[in-house]
Design a binder for this molecule. Structure first.
Ligand SMILES: [Zn+2]
Length: 122
């Protein structure tokens, strides 16, 4: 999908309570597919979301990483432990890890981004 077209649909659909007939529409379906399948659309929508939340996403290797780190933090910016939806943790020292959800705080340190493959700098 063209990014301009996607932006237009995003303005109409994002963050709104949509009636069932809209959710069922081909336009909406194309919009939802673009988020998952089109990297340009995904990156734009994710950057918009993180910008809106005041999250500094620009220092991350990719928007997938920025978004996953954002999802790993609570409202105070502290790491959420024990949340099974969290797939990555980032510490202030620049360390990244995959949390092991065994009720504790264990994790597997990683040196490369699982999404874009960049070496993670600390
Ligand atoms: Zn990355």
């Amino acid at each position: 999908m063209e990014l301009e077209r996607f932006k237009e649909l995003h303005t109409r659909f994002f963050g709104k309570e949509l009636p069932e007939e809209v959710v069922q529409s081909e336009e909406y379906e194309a919009y939802a597919d673009a988020i998952h399948e089109d990297e340009t659309c995904y990156n734009w929508a994710t950057a918009e979301k993180l910008k809106g939340k005041g999250f500094n996403y620009e220092n991350y290797c990719c928007l997938m990483m920025a978004d996953k780190v954002f999802q790993s933090l609570d409202e105070e910016g502290e790491i959420k432990y024990g949340d099974v939806d969290v797939v990555i943790n980032k510490w202030d020292e620049g360390l990244y890890g995959i949390p092991i959800h065994d009720g504790g705080t264990s994790m597997v340190l990683i040196n490369y981004c699982p999404w874009c493959g960049s070496k993670l700098e600390n």
